[in-house]
Design a binder for this molecule. Structure first.
Ligand SMILES: O=C(O)c1ccc(O)c(O)c1
Ligand SMILES: [Mg+2]
Length: 651
């Protein structure tokens, strides 16, 4: 299958788009007509430019408002088409996309529409070109792929075929199951687009909010599987109209685009293998198993190493300078962390409590220190536990993440590591290497620690429950795809939360075992605290915004943390009165929460107690959580937290 992308999907001039698309190793483009019309060169020049970059121009699109027109308009349409055929021949583009008519002048007479499409295909055939007909979800008469296919069948011309676009099918809630019964060779092109589920006018949704497979909520794996089962083996293409992509640096967009296709292919490959092997939930018929088998033989779908189960967040590493190292170390001790060791050769300190490991890195010349210089104190790296770190890194590389190689001192452990979008380093840590995840070797206990009389007592914090990222608007989709494709996390629901100065969009992701959780937060306003923290990251556009630490008894933990003078975000008394009004809770329990600024949420399965520390250096803060069979992140309480942070005051 040739992997391709429509030029409308990214920012830049046409030349810049093509360069980014080629750099991400696409085979071809769909040339969006406006990009050509506004190009300051001829079709021949564009053809040469694409060829130099190794890109085919596989589709010219779209020709609008064609089928079902009154005779006079039909004649004009044919003239228009002939001129576009001239352009296509000069471009070397073999296929034209005709989208279903949206004009009020079009007539719903299928015979007329089929005859007109036949004539168009006949004209195309004379030039050895082909026509693909696509149902737009808002077409006047043709909205569904089945309707488009009926017209194509009726027109009955070998140079006329069907074009599928997942957006139009899935936005209308139509079932793609019927696609597998269409002869694959009559499907001339396939466009893949995902989208968040939004209750809005379908045209606005389609023109502004599409995104790449794996970034939205459509079931594209099912759609693509059905397409492949038809026997189709043409282009796998992306056609994404998205307001944010129009301004996102196009090199990143192109890499996201390719990653989304590689991920989709690999997921569908596994689905087809399960279908072939009969290991799917519903027992497939022999015929279906046979179809899956022949599809897998016919098409080389991408086959990266499988995502490995993750076993937790092994550590977080903070980039600081000497001064911030002291301040952050002091905060960690207040939080009940013990200084567990100093790095053999670097200005790096390890803090531990329960199963949590926090590393403070102030080593001059290190990448951590460079991150501090750019952004102030921040999480520069994290470790994820997996049984096979090399394999996890190989999957990440296969899915286009860059490798990270740290400079290594004598006898130091080097963990396979990759770079997450925006520069945070993700190390893969072997689960088997003891409870320090193999890090122990790098750190030596400080002799003075053992004899310290002021060493902090633990506060009962056991594990890193989740980390929340603050993201620039154009990083959200990039991170969503990274978390799903590279790390194998699955998203929960996407929510909008009210900060006093704007809305925050928030989506949690977790692994199947729920030992690794990430929350992606993006500010839709420039004025929220999240937005200010994100802008402090400069071009990176992504940084850890808070770190949630889990305990088994939050009342005991909070009492100790308070005794250590940890400063928490104060919560309004009105919040607790509202809790009592909303939920059937014990008043003494609520008053105990109030005394400790503990927030509360309940789901059908369980309960969540949580509290927030004041921010460190206005960059990130900690959340103390207790989870009782609860799977969310207390999002209903985020507005209370954000309002309190803005109103100031402390306890
Ligand atoms: O929004 C549109 O006009 C439009 C054009 C061409 C397409 O392939 C499509 O899916 C939508
Ligand atoms: Mg389309």
């Amino acid at each position: 299958m040739r992997r391709s992308i429509a030029t409308v999907s990214m920012s830049g001039t046409l030349r810049q788009k093509l360069e980014a698309i080629a750099a991400a190793r696409f085979d071809a483009i769909e040339l969006f007509e406006n990009d050509f019309i506004n190009f300051n060169g001829s079709a021949t020049e564009l053809r040469a430019m694409a060829a130099d970059l190794g890109l085919g121009i596989d589709l010219y699109q779209p020709l609008r408002d064609f089928e079902g027109m009154p005779d006079e308009l039909f004649r004009r349409n044919l003239e228009r088409a002939e001129r576009k055929f001239d352009v296509m021949q000069a471009l070397g583009a073999p296929l034209m996309l005709v989208c279903s008519n949206t004009s009020p002048q079009s007539q719903g007479d299928a015979e007329r529409s089929a005859a007109q499409l036949h004539e168009l295909a006949e004209r195309a055939a004379r030039r050895n070109l082909r026509i693909g007909f696509e149902a737009l979800a808002w077409g006047r008469w043709v909205k569904l792929y089945a309707q488009a296919w009926r017209l194509v069948e009726r027109a009955n011309h070998p140079h006329l075929g069907l074009i599928l676009d997942s957006f139009h099918t899935l936005s209308l809630g139509d079932d793609p199951a019927g696609i597998k019964d269409i002869p694959g060779e009559r499907i001339f092109f396939v466009q893949m687009a995902d989208a968040p589920l939004l209750a809005m006018d379908v045209l606005q949704w389609a023109r502004h909010h599409r995104n790449f497979p794996g970034q939205g909520q459509f079931d594209l794996e099912n759609f693509f599987e059905k397409t492949l089962l038809s026997g189709y083996d043409g282009n796998l293409s992306l056609e994404i109209f998205n307001d944010v992509f129009r301004e996102t640096p196009n090199r990143r967009t192109a890499v996201d685009a390719m990653r989304s296709l590689l991920y989709l292919e690999s997921q569908v490959r596994r689905r087809l293998e399960r279908l072939r092997d009969g290991t799917d939930q519903d027992a497939p018929s022999d015929a279906l198993r046979e179809m899956a088998d022949s599809t897998l033989r016919r098409i080389e779908l991408f086959d990266p190493p499988d995502a490995l189960p993750l076993g937790g967040i092994a550590f977080l590493e903070f980039g600081v300078d000497d001064e911030a190292a002291v301040a952050l170390g002091a905060l960690f001790e207040q939080l009940g962390f013990a200084r567990a060791g100093r790095h053999r050769s670097k200005a790096v300190t390890l803090y531990r409590q329960g199963g949590i490991k926090l590393i403070v890195n102030a080593q001059p010349g290190s990448d951590a220190r460079a991150r501090f210089d750019q952004q102030g104190p921040s999480v520069c790296a994290l470790g994820l536990v997996t049984s096979d770190p090399a394999r996890a890194a190989n999957r990440a590389s296969a899915l286009l993440s860059a490798r990270y190689d740290s400079p290594r001192g004598p006898n130091e452990l080097r963990l396979p590591a990759i770079v997450a979008p925006g520069g945070t380093v993700v190390h893969f840590v072997p689960g088997a290497a003891g409870d320090v995840g193999g890090l122990a070797a790098d750190f030596v206990p400080e002799a003075s620690e053992a004899s310290r009389t002021d060493a902090p007592a633990a506060c009962g914090l056991q594990a890193i429950d989740h980390i929340a990222m603050g993201l620039a608007n154009d990083q959200f989709d990039t991170w969503m795809l990274f978390c799903r494709a590279v790390l194998g996390l699955q998203p929960g629901e996407s929510l909008e939360l009210a900060d006093p100065f704007g809305l925050i969009r928030s989506c949690g992701l977790a692994n199947a075992g729920r030992s690794v959780r990430m929350v992606l937060n993006v500010s839709l306003s420039q004025r929220t605290r999240t937005a200010r923290q994100v802008s402090a990251t400069g071009r990176s556009g992504a940084s850890v915004h808070h770190i949630a630490l889990r305990c088994d008894d939050i009342f005991a933990a909070m009492t100790r943390l308070r005794a250590n003078d940890v400063r928490f975000v104060p919560i309004s008394g009105n919040y607790y009165d509202d809790l009592l009004a909303r939920l059937d809770l014990d008043e003494p329990l609520v008053r105990r929460m109030q005394a400790l600024d503990i927030l509360y949420d309940r789901s059908t399965t369980g309960e969540y107690f949580h509290a927030y520390t004041e921010a460190f250096a206005d960059r990130f803060f900690f959340e103390i959580v207790q989870r009782n069979d609860y799977d969310g992140y207390g999002a209903v309480n985020a507005p209370a937290r954000m309002a309190s942070q803005e109103q100031g005051g402390q306890r």
